[in-house]
Design a protein around this ligand. Structure first.
Ligand code: HEM
Ligand SMILES: *[C@@H]1O[C@H](CO)[C@@H](O)[C@H](O)[C@H]1NC(C)=O
Ligand SMILES: *[C@@H]1O[C@H](CO)[C@@H](O)[C@H](O)[C@H]1NC(C)=O
Length: 328
């Protein structure tokens, strides 16, 4: 009798419990080629649109990479960053951390192409991840394999954004712990910051390092150049005054970023600290010396970021328009 009860108990623990856990966590539900039956052309359509947009506006590809970071590090990869302010929703795009984010309107171009082929099937969250994947390739970065099956949030998390996305002048410890909390180690964090090999920084995020006196960790000639780009200590935030992240290869996702920071030409305070902090400096050295190693680590870390606690199964929804939750 007792043995029998034990037997039933062990069936529960060893067979049923794991099933229940998988059901409730949903974490294992991302899979390769998730749309292979519901929308077999989904990944091809996203890629086509990303390529077309890149040829029209090269910096769309840059935006797709930043979108993935800002979406995924805040709670989960659920396209919450794409929601606009309307009704009870307050857009994450209003946060100071989102300053300079651009090209959101072209996400709709991608979504419209998908809706034409298979309505209400492909999530905006998967568009965020796959457009970043395809954008990385257009910018000369690595080919990244990504799973799909993410679903879209029904809310945005404006109040979480400043807590979860580090500021441009935070310490490396803060940056490392932000990434550690989503399962990304130091090596992966150093690789992800290599995204600052492309794109731009507005003067509002730079002037602290230029005025009243230039930050001594900044190369003196480079400081003069940056002051030329940002001539006043109090730039009008609406003015389009900026410097490119990487003067040498501004539209290529390569290891020039690491060479720049080793030469004291990092733009943000966090970028520059990466080269000097003893926890990160060895990886900076290695990535500066070996672009393939940078690409391998960047791929690994971007996949981890893209899989941060996704909504799956019947959680969330598949938005019809990435800017708004579906109305009931
Ligand atoms: C400690 C972490 C990070 C901080 C503090 C940070 C901060 C910033 C800031 C201040 C800008 C400039 C915004 C502007 O003035 O227009 C920027 C741009 C950018 N960031 Fe980050 N970032 C971080 C990590 C990342 C990661 C992990 C990625 C992607 C994997 C990323 C991708 C980008 C891209 C692509 C741009 C250029 C955007 C454009 O030109 O439109 N960043 N970041
Ligand atoms: C296609 O989908 C089915 C489930 O519907 C799955 O079993 C199969 O592995 C998928 N094929 C590929 C190539 O991913
Ligand atoms: C970091 O920059 C912000 C502006 O983005 C500023 O308000 C803050 O004082 C700076 N913090 C430090 C420690 O310099």
């Amino acid at each position: 009798m007792a043995a029998n009860r034990y037997h039933l108990f062990s069936i529960f623990v060893f067979l049923l419990l794991p099933l229940f856990l998988q059901f409730y966590s949903g974490a294992c539900d991302l899979q390769f080629n998730y749309y292979n039956e519901s929308c077999p052309k989904a990944e091809e359509i996203i890629k086509e649109e990303v390529v077309k947009l890149y040829h029209k506006h090269g910096n769309t590809a840059v935006s797709w990479i930043r979108n993935l970071f800002h979406d995924c590090i805040v709670k989960s990869c659920d396209a919450s960053v794409l929601l606009e302010t309307v009704n009870s929703i307050e857009s994450e795009q209003k946060s100071v951390r989102s300053f300079g984010m651009r090209n959101f309107k072209y996400v709709n171009t991608i979504k419209e192409a998908l809706e034409k082929e298979c309505p209400s099937t492909v999530s905006c969250a998967d568009i965020v991840s796959l457009s970043a994947r395809d954008g990385i390739l257009m910018l000369g970065g690595p080919r990244v394999e990504m799973k799909t099956g993410r679903r879209d949030s029904r809310e945005s998390y404006l109040t979480e954004v400043e807590k979860l996305i580090p500021n441009h002048n935070d310490t490396i410890s803060t940056v490392l712990s932000a990434f550690q909390s989503v399962g990304i180690d130091i090596e992966g964090t150093v690789a992800l910051l290599g995204a600052h090999s492309v794109g731009r920084v507005h003067c509002v995020n730079l002037v602290d390092r230029l005025y009243p006196t230039a930050d001594p960790t900044l190369d003196a000639d480079y400081a003069v150049y940056l002051k030329g780009r940002c001539p006043t200590p109090t730039p009008d935030p609406k003015a389009v005054e900026y410097a490119r992240n990487d003067r040498e290869t501004p539209m290529i996702l390569d290891n020039m970023y690491y060479n720049n920071i080793l030469n004291h030409k990092g733009l943000l305070a966090v970028d520059q600290q990466l080269a000097s902090d003893p926890r990160t400096a060895p990886y900076v050295q290695q990535m500066a010396a070996d672009n393939d190693y940078f690409h391998v680590q960047f791929s690994r870390a971007i996949v981890l970021l893209s899989e941060n606690s996704p909504l799956t199964g019947d959680q969330g929804e598949i938005r019809k328009d990435c800017r708004y939750v579906n109305s009931n």
